[in-house]
Design a protein around this ligand. Structure first.
Ligand SMILES: Nc1nc2c(ncn2[C@@H]2O[C@H](COP(=O)(O)OP(=O)(O)OP(=O)(O)O)[C@@H](O)[C@H]2O)c(=O)[nH]1
Ligand SMILES: [Mg+2]
Length: 318
Protein backbone atom coordinates (compact mmCIF):
# COMPACT_ATOMS: atom_id res chain seq x y z
CA UNK A 1 0.00 0.00 0.00
CA UNK A 2 1.23 3.51 -0.74
CA UNK A 3 1.30 5.91 2.18
CA UNK A 4 -1.74 7.70 0.81
CA UNK A 5 -3.65 4.43 0.65
CA UNK A 6 -2.57 3.70 4.19
CA UNK A 7 -3.65 7.14 5.33
CA UNK A 8 -6.95 6.76 3.50
CA UNK A 9 -7.73 3.42 5.07
CA UNK A 10 -6.53 4.82 8.39
CA UNK A 11 -8.95 7.69 8.10
CA UNK A 12 -11.89 5.57 7.09
CA UNK A 13 -13.59 5.96 10.46
CA UNK A 14 -13.40 9.75 10.38
CA UNK A 15 -14.57 9.75 6.79
CA UNK A 16 -17.48 7.45 7.57
CA UNK A 17 -18.51 9.81 10.35
CA UNK A 18 -18.49 12.86 8.10
CA UNK A 19 -20.17 11.09 5.19
CA UNK A 20 -22.80 9.40 7.25
CA UNK A 21 -23.84 12.51 9.07
CA UNK A 22 -23.47 15.07 6.33
CA UNK A 23 -24.84 12.76 3.72
CA UNK A 24 -27.88 11.22 5.23
CA UNK A 25 -29.95 12.70 2.44
CA UNK A 26 -27.60 11.46 -0.27
CA UNK A 27 -24.83 8.95 -0.38
CA UNK A 28 -21.86 11.07 0.49
CA UNK A 29 -20.52 14.53 0.97
CA UNK A 30 -20.38 15.12 -2.76
CA UNK A 31 -24.16 14.79 -3.10
CA UNK A 32 -24.80 17.08 -0.21
CA UNK A 33 -22.59 19.78 -1.54
CA UNK A 34 -23.44 19.72 -5.16
CA UNK A 35 -26.49 21.85 -4.62
CA UNK A 36 -28.07 21.36 -1.22
CA UNK A 37 -27.04 24.23 0.97
CA UNK A 38 -30.04 23.56 3.21
CA UNK A 39 -28.08 20.65 4.69
CA UNK A 40 -25.39 22.90 6.09
CA UNK A 41 -26.61 22.03 9.57
CA UNK A 42 -25.77 18.41 8.88
CA UNK A 43 -22.28 19.44 7.91
CA UNK A 44 -22.02 21.47 11.08
CA UNK A 45 -22.95 18.43 13.12
CA UNK A 46 -20.51 16.20 11.23
CA UNK A 47 -17.62 18.59 11.78
CA UNK A 48 -18.32 18.85 15.48
CA UNK A 49 -18.62 15.05 15.72
CA UNK A 50 -15.22 14.66 14.06
CA UNK A 51 -13.72 16.92 16.80
CA UNK A 52 -13.04 19.84 14.49
CA UNK A 53 -14.14 22.21 17.27
CA UNK A 54 -16.63 25.10 17.42
CA UNK A 55 -14.43 27.98 16.34
CA UNK A 56 -13.07 26.17 13.30
CA UNK A 57 -16.49 24.82 12.36
CA UNK A 58 -17.90 28.34 12.28
CA UNK A 59 -15.11 29.55 10.02
CA UNK A 60 -15.50 26.53 7.74
CA UNK A 61 -19.26 27.09 7.37
CA UNK A 62 -18.66 30.76 6.68
CA UNK A 63 -16.05 29.95 4.02
CA UNK A 64 -18.30 27.35 2.38
CA UNK A 65 -21.26 29.74 2.29
CA UNK A 66 -19.09 32.49 0.85
CA UNK A 67 -17.62 30.39 -1.92
CA UNK A 68 -20.41 30.87 -4.43
CA UNK A 69 -19.67 29.47 -7.84
CA UNK A 70 -17.15 26.97 -6.55
CA UNK A 71 -17.86 23.26 -6.54
CA UNK A 72 -19.14 22.76 -3.00
CA UNK A 73 -16.97 19.78 -2.19
CA UNK A 74 -13.93 21.69 -3.36
CA UNK A 75 -15.03 24.64 -1.22
CA UNK A 76 -15.26 22.41 1.84
CA UNK A 77 -11.88 20.84 1.12
CA UNK A 78 -10.29 24.27 0.71
CA UNK A 79 -11.88 25.46 3.94
CA UNK A 80 -10.56 22.42 5.84
CA UNK A 81 -7.08 22.83 4.35
CA UNK A 82 -7.08 26.46 5.46
CA UNK A 83 -7.95 25.40 9.00
CA UNK A 84 -4.73 23.39 9.08
CA UNK A 85 -2.64 26.48 8.31
CA UNK A 86 -0.78 28.27 11.12
CA UNK A 87 -2.98 30.93 12.71
CA UNK A 88 -1.40 34.00 11.09
CA UNK A 89 -1.39 32.63 7.55
CA UNK A 90 -4.88 31.16 7.95
CA UNK A 91 -6.27 34.59 8.72
CA UNK A 92 -4.43 36.06 5.75
CA UNK A 93 -5.55 33.37 3.31
CA UNK A 94 -9.15 33.58 4.49
CA UNK A 95 -9.12 37.31 3.85
CA UNK A 96 -7.74 36.76 0.36
CA UNK A 97 -10.13 33.88 -0.23
CA UNK A 98 -7.79 31.21 -1.54
CA UNK A 99 -5.88 28.19 -0.32
CA UNK A 100 -2.10 28.07 0.21
CA UNK A 101 0.17 26.48 -2.40
CA UNK A 102 2.59 24.71 -0.07
CA UNK A 103 0.91 22.43 2.39
CA UNK A 104 3.77 20.49 3.88
CA UNK A 105 5.89 21.85 6.73
CA UNK A 106 9.62 21.25 6.85
CA UNK A 107 10.41 18.23 9.00
CA UNK A 108 14.20 18.46 8.93
CA UNK A 109 15.14 19.26 12.55
CA UNK A 110 16.64 22.63 13.17
CA UNK A 111 19.67 21.04 14.89
CA UNK A 112 20.60 17.65 16.26
CA UNK A 113 18.71 16.74 19.41
CA UNK A 114 14.97 16.10 19.47
CA UNK A 115 13.16 15.53 22.75
CA UNK A 116 10.02 13.45 22.37
CA UNK A 117 7.42 14.00 25.09
CA UNK A 118 3.81 13.13 25.86
CA UNK A 119 1.60 11.24 28.31
CA UNK A 120 1.91 7.48 28.72
CA UNK A 121 0.72 5.19 25.99
CA UNK A 122 0.36 7.79 23.21
CA UNK A 123 3.08 6.16 21.13
CA UNK A 124 6.32 8.02 21.97
CA UNK A 125 8.65 5.04 21.88
CA UNK A 126 7.11 3.58 18.73
CA UNK A 127 7.20 7.02 17.09
CA UNK A 128 10.90 7.38 17.89
CA UNK A 129 11.53 4.08 16.11
CA UNK A 130 9.51 5.33 13.14
CA UNK A 131 11.41 8.63 13.12
CA UNK A 132 14.69 6.72 13.18
CA UNK A 133 13.68 4.77 10.11
CA UNK A 134 12.36 7.88 8.36
CA UNK A 135 15.52 9.96 8.78
CA UNK A 136 17.92 7.10 8.11
CA UNK A 137 16.06 6.59 4.87
CA UNK A 138 16.99 10.17 4.05
CA UNK A 139 20.66 9.67 4.72
CA UNK A 140 20.85 10.93 8.30
CA UNK A 141 22.76 9.08 11.02
CA UNK A 142 20.58 8.49 14.07
CA UNK A 143 20.89 7.68 17.79
CA UNK A 144 18.28 7.05 20.48
CA UNK A 145 18.36 7.81 24.21
CA UNK A 146 16.21 5.65 26.51
CA UNK A 147 15.15 8.47 28.81
CA UNK A 148 12.11 6.69 30.23
CA UNK A 149 13.68 5.10 33.28
CA UNK A 150 10.42 5.14 35.24
CA UNK A 151 8.39 2.47 33.50
CA UNK A 152 9.97 -0.96 33.84
CA UNK A 153 11.11 -2.37 30.48
CA UNK A 154 10.75 0.96 28.66
CA UNK A 155 14.49 0.96 27.96
CA UNK A 156 14.32 -2.62 26.69
CA UNK A 157 11.47 -1.65 24.33
CA UNK A 158 13.55 1.09 22.73
CA UNK A 159 16.60 -1.18 22.77
CA UNK A 160 14.71 -3.75 20.70
CA UNK A 161 13.74 -1.14 18.14
CA UNK A 162 17.36 0.01 18.03
CA UNK A 163 18.53 -3.55 17.31
CA UNK A 164 15.94 -4.03 14.63
CA UNK A 165 16.75 -0.75 12.89
CA UNK A 166 20.50 -0.72 13.52
CA UNK A 167 20.34 2.43 15.66
CA UNK A 168 22.65 2.82 18.70
CA UNK A 169 20.70 3.34 21.93
CA UNK A 170 22.10 5.05 25.02
CA UNK A 171 20.57 3.22 27.98
CA UNK A 172 20.17 4.15 31.62
CA UNK A 173 19.12 1.86 34.42
CA UNK A 174 15.50 1.19 35.37
CA UNK A 175 14.65 3.62 38.13
CA UNK A 176 17.79 5.66 37.40
CA UNK A 177 18.08 9.36 36.61
CA UNK A 178 16.67 10.19 33.16
CA UNK A 179 18.65 13.44 33.09
CA UNK A 180 21.87 11.43 33.36
CA UNK A 181 20.87 9.34 30.33
CA UNK A 182 20.02 12.47 28.37
CA UNK A 183 23.33 14.10 29.35
CA UNK A 184 25.37 11.05 28.34
CA UNK A 185 23.50 10.67 25.07
CA UNK A 186 23.79 14.36 24.12
CA UNK A 187 27.51 14.30 24.90
CA UNK A 188 28.02 11.10 22.91
CA UNK A 189 26.06 12.48 19.96
CA UNK A 190 28.23 15.59 19.80
CA UNK A 191 31.45 13.56 20.13
CA UNK A 192 30.45 11.12 17.39
CA UNK A 193 29.02 13.75 15.09
CA UNK A 194 25.78 11.79 14.68
CA UNK A 195 23.17 13.83 12.81
CA UNK A 196 20.12 13.21 15.00
CA UNK A 197 19.51 12.08 18.57
CA UNK A 198 15.94 11.27 19.63
CA UNK A 199 15.42 11.34 23.38
CA UNK A 200 12.59 9.18 24.71
CA UNK A 201 10.98 10.37 27.95
CA UNK A 202 8.64 9.03 30.58
CA UNK A 203 4.91 9.47 30.08
CA UNK A 204 4.00 8.92 33.68
CA UNK A 205 5.66 9.57 37.04
CA UNK A 206 4.24 9.47 40.54
CA UNK A 207 2.44 12.71 39.78
CA UNK A 208 2.02 15.24 37.02
CA UNK A 209 4.07 17.94 38.68
CA UNK A 210 7.05 15.59 38.90
CA UNK A 211 6.73 14.73 35.21
CA UNK A 212 6.79 18.38 34.13
CA UNK A 213 9.74 19.13 36.41
CA UNK A 214 11.60 16.12 35.11
CA UNK A 215 11.08 17.15 31.50
CA UNK A 216 12.41 20.63 32.28
CA UNK A 217 15.44 19.07 33.92
CA UNK A 218 16.10 16.78 30.95
CA UNK A 219 15.92 19.82 28.73
CA UNK A 220 18.38 21.76 30.89
CA UNK A 221 20.99 19.00 30.99
CA UNK A 222 20.83 18.59 27.20
CA UNK A 223 21.50 22.35 26.93
CA UNK A 224 24.42 21.95 29.26
CA UNK A 225 25.87 18.97 27.43
CA UNK A 226 25.44 20.55 24.00
CA UNK A 227 24.67 24.30 23.95
CA UNK A 228 21.90 25.24 21.53
CA UNK A 229 20.25 21.82 21.87
CA UNK A 230 17.63 20.39 22.05
CA UNK A 231 16.76 21.97 18.74
CA UNK A 232 13.30 20.49 18.85
CA UNK A 233 10.74 19.34 21.39
CA UNK A 234 8.07 17.23 19.74
CA UNK A 235 4.91 16.27 21.55
CA UNK A 236 3.26 12.99 20.67
CA UNK A 237 -0.52 13.11 20.85
CA UNK A 238 -2.89 10.21 20.41
CA UNK A 239 -5.79 11.18 18.10
CA UNK A 240 -8.09 8.75 19.91
CA UNK A 241 -7.98 10.91 23.05
CA UNK A 242 -9.42 13.88 21.16
CA UNK A 243 -10.13 17.06 23.11
CA UNK A 244 -8.86 15.54 26.31
CA UNK A 245 -5.45 14.94 24.77
CA UNK A 246 -5.41 18.51 23.55
CA UNK A 247 -5.86 19.84 27.08
CA UNK A 248 -2.90 17.73 28.21
CA UNK A 249 -0.85 19.03 25.29
CA UNK A 250 -1.42 22.60 26.48
CA UNK A 251 0.02 21.74 29.88
CA UNK A 252 3.13 20.26 28.30
CA UNK A 253 3.48 23.29 26.04
CA UNK A 254 3.39 25.61 29.06
CA UNK A 255 6.19 23.81 30.85
CA UNK A 256 8.38 22.67 27.95
CA UNK A 257 7.69 24.83 24.86
CA UNK A 258 7.00 22.65 21.85
CA UNK A 259 8.35 23.07 18.33
CA UNK A 260 6.18 20.37 16.78
CA UNK A 261 3.43 17.85 17.30
CA UNK A 262 3.11 14.28 16.05
CA UNK A 263 -0.40 12.85 16.01
CA UNK A 264 -0.57 9.07 16.28
CA UNK A 265 -3.25 6.41 15.88
CA UNK A 266 -5.13 8.17 13.10
CA UNK A 267 -5.83 4.66 11.84
CA UNK A 268 -8.03 3.91 14.83
CA UNK A 269 -10.29 6.90 15.32
CA UNK A 270 -13.33 8.72 14.00
CA UNK A 271 -11.84 11.94 15.40
CA UNK A 272 -9.39 12.87 12.66
CA UNK A 273 -10.77 16.41 12.88
CA UNK A 274 -8.83 16.88 16.12
CA UNK A 275 -5.86 17.96 13.99
CA UNK A 276 -7.62 21.27 13.41
CA UNK A 277 -7.92 22.38 17.07
CA UNK A 278 -4.38 21.10 17.64
CA UNK A 279 -3.05 23.52 15.04
CA UNK A 280 -5.32 26.39 16.14
CA UNK A 281 -4.97 26.12 19.90
CA UNK A 282 -1.35 25.10 20.29
CA UNK A 283 -0.07 27.30 17.47
CA UNK A 284 2.56 24.62 16.79
CA UNK A 285 2.92 22.81 13.45
CA UNK A 286 2.00 19.15 13.05
CA UNK A 287 5.18 17.50 11.78
CA UNK A 288 4.15 13.89 11.28
CA UNK A 289 1.13 11.63 11.58
CA UNK A 290 1.15 8.00 12.70
CA UNK A 291 -1.17 5.58 10.92
CA UNK A 292 -0.19 2.18 12.29
CA UNK A 293 2.12 0.21 14.52
CA UNK A 294 5.00 -0.63 12.23
CA UNK A 295 8.13 1.41 11.63
CA UNK A 296 6.93 2.56 8.21
CA UNK A 297 3.61 3.91 9.46
CA UNK A 298 4.69 7.53 9.81
CA UNK A 299 4.13 10.30 7.30
CA UNK A 300 5.23 13.92 7.15
CA UNK A 301 2.06 15.90 7.60
CA UNK A 302 0.68 17.48 4.45
CA UNK A 303 -2.60 19.33 4.96
CA UNK A 304 -3.83 19.02 1.38
CA UNK A 305 -3.08 15.30 1.22
CA UNK A 306 -4.74 14.88 4.59
CA UNK A 307 -7.95 16.59 3.49
CA UNK A 308 -8.00 14.67 0.21
CA UNK A 309 -7.60 11.41 2.07
CA UNK A 310 -10.44 12.45 4.35
CA UNK A 311 -12.69 12.69 1.30
CA UNK A 312 -11.11 9.77 -0.51
CA UNK A 313 -10.36 11.96 -3.50
CA UNK A 314 -7.74 10.94 -6.06
CA UNK A 315 -4.63 13.06 -5.85
CA UNK A 316 -4.06 14.75 -9.21
CA UNK A 317 -0.67 14.01 -10.78
CA UNK A 318 1.53 17.09 -10.39
N1 LIG B 1 -2.75 1.78 15.67
C1 LIG B 1 -1.68 2.49 16.04
N2 LIG B 1 -1.02 2.14 17.15
C2 LIG B 1 0.05 2.87 17.51
C3 LIG B 1 0.49 3.99 16.77
N3 LIG B 1 1.58 4.52 17.40
C4 LIG B 1 1.79 3.74 18.48
N4 LIG B 1 0.88 2.75 18.57
C5 LIG B 1 0.74 1.70 19.60
O1 LIG B 1 0.44 2.31 20.85
C6 LIG B 1 0.96 1.52 21.92
C7 LIG B 1 1.78 2.40 22.85
O2 LIG B 1 2.93 2.81 22.15
P1 LIG B 1 4.28 3.24 22.88
O3 LIG B 1 5.21 3.68 21.81
O4 LIG B 1 4.76 2.20 23.80
O5 LIG B 1 3.75 4.49 23.71
P2 LIG B 1 4.54 5.41 24.74
O6 LIG B 1 4.01 6.78 24.61
O7 LIG B 1 6.00 5.22 24.57
O8 LIG B 1 4.05 4.77 26.13
P3 LIG B 1 4.76 4.89 27.57
O9 LIG B 1 6.20 4.51 27.37
O10 LIG B 1 4.02 3.90 28.40
O11 LIG B 1 4.59 6.28 28.04
C8 LIG B 1 1.76 0.41 21.27
O12 LIG B 1 0.99 -0.76 21.24
C9 LIG B 1 2.00 0.92 19.85
O13 LIG B 1 2.19 -0.11 18.90
C10 LIG B 1 -0.26 4.36 15.58
O14 LIG B 1 0.02 5.33 14.87
N5 LIG B 1 -1.33 3.57 15.28
MG1 LIG C 1 7.48 4.67 25.88
Amino acid sequence: MSWLERLRSGLSKTRAQINETAGFMGNDVKDVFNNRLDTIEDLEYALIAADVGRAATEEILEDVRRSEGKNMQQALMDALTLQLEPNASRAEFRKLGFAPQASRVSVQPNGHVIMVIGVNGVGKTTTIAKLGQYYMGRGNSVMFAAGDTFRAAAGAQLGEWGDRLGVPVVQGTDGGDPAAVAYDAATARAARGTDLLFVDTAGRLHNKHNLMEELKKVRRVIEKADPGEPAEVWLVLDAVTGQNGLQQAKKFHESTPLTGVIVTKLDGTAKGGILIPIVRELGVPIKFIGVGESAGDLQPFDSQEFVRALFDVEVPKQ
